[in-house]
Design a protein around this ligand. Structure first.
Ligand code: NAD
Ligand code: UDP
Length: 321
């Protein structure tokens, strides 16, 4: 049994990670400031003898004793990370400094939840880890993209300068139960819109692509990466190479939900990447990892989750598109 800190543990990915670590018999310390996360995501674990929750903002130092750290604290959807962009950069950068400082004092292994956004709007397709990216440093996505890039820099400097045992995972678009219904991400938007019989909002011409990984596959990749020998740092891409246009995704969601929603076209947000697909050769060879869940199967689980959520809570009367 290891003592494991999960920052952002009440969020979408963090709560699934806490579940997996507890099921594997670990002692889990979940730290979250509930900016986008929710107690609902972890309520079923409160009272578990090896689960502990601390409300804390990672931009402030944290003094705890653990063996391993997964650093996930950061809003991930454009709507949320653009709400307070200065705080987003602080969370990525000061949060990384604080968690790296903690890891250094404890000599603990630390894994960073980085992102495919470090590749920006890529000219190389699919994106391998060796690609340096094409990121606008001053646009509306920059608080997130550059914050995450700076966090990677810090991780590698702590590794070189202090011999810290780091792991960096670049996550590609991941979806599944416990996504925030109002976070504006495409999978949650389309499903909630279809379930409510509202128009499906396609930004731009809908021909931009994304590759969607089901949450269980991602968590499996996280655990495998954390278990690699010291010295294997990554960065490593974790994502599902199945690539879809937003029009294809909308059609899939509509065919699974049924109903009477129409597609409507809205302006494309600025700096919206045109294409994104992970090259997962490294994850295959170093972790023996490949995603197992097909988009249709993952969407069915996610739709079932949102159907229950909408029935239980009359959420989001003024939900944003
Ligand atoms: P999420 O918004 O559901 O979770 C983020 C969690 O961090 C929330 O619980 C939030 O309350 C918490 N948080 C935010 N700022 C904090 C702070 N200053 N101090 C403490 N807690 C704070 O998002 P997610 O999809 O679960 O993403 C988790 C991580 O994975 C993020 O770091 C994100 O950048 C990364 N990621 C996610 C995806 C994806 O598709 N879901 C893709 C790439 C990277
Ligand atoms: N998108 C869309 N309709 C929506 C929400 C998003 O067409 O209601 C598009 C968005 O413009 C982007 C893609 O879906 O091209 C993925 O958006 P998301 O915010 O989920 O992730 P990211 O852009 O960060 O990859």
């Amino acid at each position: 049994m290891a003592r494991i800190l999960v920052t952002g543990g009440a969020g979408f990915l963090g709560s699934h990670l806490c579940d997996r670590l507890l099921d594997d018999g670990h002692d889990v310390l979940c730290v979250d400031n509930f900016f986008t996360g929710s107690k609902r995501n972890i309520a079923h674990r409160l009272g578990h003898p090896y689960f502990e929750l601390i409300r804390h903002d990672v931009t402030f130092p944290l003094y705890v004793e653990v063996d391993r750290i997964y650093n996930l604290a950061c809003p991930a959807s454009p709507v949320h990370y653009q709400h307070d962009p200065v705080q987003t950069t602080k969370t990525s950068v000061h949060g990384a400094i604080n968690m790296l400082g903690l890891a250094k004092r404890l000599r603990a292994r630390i894994l960073q939840a980085s992102t495919s956004e470090v590749y920006g709007d890529p000219e190389v397709h699919p994106q391998p880890e060796g690609y340096w990216g094409r990121v606008n440093p001053i646009g509306i996505r920059s608080c997130y993209d550059e914050g995450k890039r700076c966090a990677e820099t810090l991780f590698f400097d702590y590794h070189r300068q202090h011999d810290l045992d780091i792991k960096v995972v670049r996550i590609f678009n991941t979806y599944g139960p416990r996504m925030h219904p109002n976070d504006g991400r495409v999978v949650s938007n389309f499903i909630v819109q279809a379930l409510r019989g509202e128009d499906i909002t396609i930004y731009g011409d809908g021909l931009q692509t994304r590759s969607f990984c089901y949450v269980d596959d991602l968590i499996e990749g996280f655990e495998r990466m954390m278990a690699t020998p010291a010295g294997f740092t990554g960065p490593i891409n974790i994502g599902n190479p199945g690539e879809f246009t937003m029009l294809e995704l909308a059609e899939k969601v509509l065919s699974l939900v049924g109903g009477r929603s129409r597609l409507v076209f809205k302006p494309l947000p600025s700096d919206d990447p045109k294409q994104r697909q992970p090259d997962i050769a490294l994850a295959k060879s170093a972790l023996g990892w490949t995603p197992k869940v097909a988009l249709e199967d993952g969407l069915k689980e996610t739709i079932a989750y949102f159907r229950r959520l909408l029935a239980e809570t009359a959420i989001g009367e003024g939900r944003t598109a």
